[in-house]
Design a protein around this ligand. Sequence first.
Ligand SMILES: NC(=O)c1ccc[n+]([C@@H]2O[C@H](COP(=O)([O-])OP(=O)(O)OC[C@H]3O[C@@H](n4cnc5c(N)ncnc54)[C@H](OP(=O)(O)O)[C@@H]3O)[C@@H](O)[C@H]2O)c1
Length: 268
Amino acid sequence: MNATLITGASDGIGKAIAREFASLKHNLVLVARNEERLAALCEELRSKYRIQVQYIVADLTKPEAPGALFEECLQRTISVDVLINNAGKGSSGEFFKNDLEAELEIIRLNNSSLVALTHLFLPEMIRNKKGFIVNVASMIAFFPSPYMAVYAGSKHFVKAFTYSLTEECRPYGVNVLLFSPGLTTSNFMNTKANNNDWGKVLVQGSNTQTPEQVAKELVTAYKRNKTFHVSGSRNRVFAILAAHLSPGFVARSFAKQKRKQIGWKQFM
Ligand SMILES: NC(=O)c1ccc[n+]([C@@H]2O[C@H](COP(=O)([O-])OP(=O)(O)OC[C@H]3O[C@@H](n4cnc5c(N)ncnc54)[C@H](OP(=O)(O)O)[C@@H]3O)[C@@H](O)[C@H]2O)c1
């Protein structure tokens, strides 16, 4: 069976992407840690769209997880022709105060697992001269973001990796899309690492989209065979402008503004 595999499909943007691809009648493989939520979504999509939907439980921060996921797909004779690397997490706060293990987990999830899954599933797409990979980055990939330092770094990696991979894959007929949402009303900012004073200040004044709006833009970019898309028209303008400014200047101005907003002296 050919299928679209979506990581981080149990919630937020990934769940909305799953619903959109189900409506296009793609068979799906949904991946995340929460089995209950994955099973419920499988049931919903199977009965609504009469497609094949399976789930695989995986904690993608574990180094062995991408390989095990790939093997499980082989066992189930699933051929992944669309891979959507969406699972991701972040943290807010002063880097030196953040828990180191949690910071390293961001890199394992946002970068190591994305690279591993791409490396595992890409060869078959190349053999078939057909395939589509979506790497979900963020607006934050276009400028430095003090007080989200590791998350920003992880998404800059996704951007540089994807731009490069897009061109390596182009001659083989495999499309690679860098897809960058802005602030989205999911549980992303409600995690232990993000739900703090810094997290609240960092998102103040940001343009917000719903996961459904973001997923619709992703599907439109997919249908148009795009290799680059920033979700949300205001986000697009902002990302393009920010990318043309000096990163040092952007970082300094942003940090100053956010320290002022939070009343930083109290934290010294
Ligand atoms: N929300 C935003 O404002 C925003 C903005 C820009 C970019 N993004 C990016 O968009 C993507 C999706 O974010 P979201 O807003 O949908 O976040 P979310 O609502 O927190 O959902 C994250 C998804 O990833 C899964 N996940 C988390 N840790 C995992 C792990 N260790 N192994 C496997 N799956 C894991 C979660 O499921 P389980 O808990 O069941 O594992 C969930 O399905 C991320 O890459 C994020 O960086 C989000």
